[in-house]
Design a protein around this ligand. Sequence first.
Ligand code: ADP
Length: 582
Amino acid sequence: MLTLRSNLESSVAAQNELVRADLPSRFASISLVSVLSLHYLPVQMVGMVYLAYVLVEAIGLMVYRWLEHRVTWGGILLLCSSAFIGVWVFNAIPLLLFVQPEPFPKLIGVMLLIIALNHCVVARSAWMFFGVLTAVPIICAVGYMIFSFLNAFASPMENLIAAVILILGAAYVAHSMWALNRLTGRLRRALRDAKAGSRAKSRFLAAMSHEIRTPLNAICGMAELIEEEDVDPETRRERTALLRKSAQALTSILDDVLDHAKVEAGHFELSLAAAAPRLEIMSVVEMFRTSADEKGLRLDVSIGPGLPAYAEFDALRLRQVVGNLLSNAIKYTEAGHVSVAVSSEQDGGQSTLKIEVSDTGRGMTAEQLSHLFTDFYRVEDKNAPSVPGTGLGLAIARRLAQMMGGDITVQSCPAEGSCFTFTCQVRVLEASEIVVDQSESETPDQDESALDLGVKSILLVDDTRSNRMVVSAFLKKGDFEIIEATNGAEALSCLESRQVDLVLLDMKMPVMNGRETLTEMARRGGRIGATPVIMLTANAAPEDRAQYLALGAAGYIAKPVKKSVLLSEIRKVATGRDTQAA
Ligand code: ADP
């Protein structure tokens, strides 16, 4: 049996909708024309044509309804036949008027056909075949009128000229139909895409809202419970730990969402730098050791020989991919072990890293595997413990792997476990090519009892009180003064009145935002312009950092602020200032 191609199906459906919507005005026009033509034509003749027309439209109405439910070859055949017959029946009235001896009904006949032709272009070009099918009888009727009119007096040359003009007119009608057909086709596709986008957004919002509520629920609950006074220190510590874990979960959801949006928009770029693959992989594995221990899972790592000591690659994104695979392996494994096996193959200056993450967890069926890298896909398993997640991690990880010149593949067996293989290309570096970034290799967390950050005063600018409270609390053990301001204008008047060693500047603030404040500080120059600024902002996309540094900021911290990151960034900026001053 012949199957309908999807674009034919959608053209027929769109055309059906158009002719159906046009039915009342079409019917009203025909009725009016029939009544007016009674002035020249006998009532029986007009009545017969009108009845035939009503019959054809009645059949058409049934066909429209049928096609609305399902587009089939039978429906298409009936739609075309009823429209074709309908046009011939309609043509009858103009032709009958044209054959009258007086000149006025002849003119009316021609006018009616021109209107009908216009109708074909405007309302029947959603499906090109349908438009042409109904325009041809009208053009034939126009041709008949022209040549029967010329017959009485025109020379062969004049007949030829008329024929050329008629053909030209018909070609122009066809061209207009085609142009409109393309335009409506494009609009239909845009509408379909917009609807699909809107559906995806709704799905996304529903998934996010659910995922965000889970850690949020814990945060709100724990925050309330921490206030209870008759709680032993151990319980309070547990609650605080859960609060922190939930906040971290919330941050990682937000990171996933941001990454997903960037990948979708095609704005994702790798940032290549020299790093040690072994160190990066080991550090990410160690990050997950506690979670594996908590679940009683053994976490093994084996690094094969030949791994380059240093290479050029995006260490942050490599850690993100390995971290995602490891976190999944631990999340979806109840007992047994999780192993990470690293090997590499060198080819000239390039090396292909192969990182296999295998587990003895719940595994997946072949059908589940086929959807695995789709956005928002999560395996529904009512018998397994429910695990939080967005269903975005693997989709992002695979795209990152592909950007790194590799891929992620998976082998899995239900109830036995899974093995994810991540490959990526790195450029092997010789010892002479390596420039180690001191700031990255610093250990961020330092002993807080010795909180000497190399500054005597810090101006903290943020309009949100809770943000100022958090930062002040992180810095409270330091031997320096903290001055608070709620916007850029306040910060500037403070800087005018006194010397400050460092400014922690929020971006989004009323009166004067962070960007304006930075620009104004640079414009004023002197002591104010030289005061180092660390941006402390919720604009956390990777390009934001570069943007703020280009504006003159000395440092950048994305919210939510971690104490260790805050201290190390302040120390870094303060040390840089000292070095410059020396
Ligand atoms: P998330 O873990 O946030 O749901 P991912 O995109 O990382 O999103 O994973 C998608 C789905 O793939 C998960 O929901 C899970 O059902 C399945 N999955 C991923 N890794 C594993 C694994 N190691 N073992 C079993 N199932 C897994």
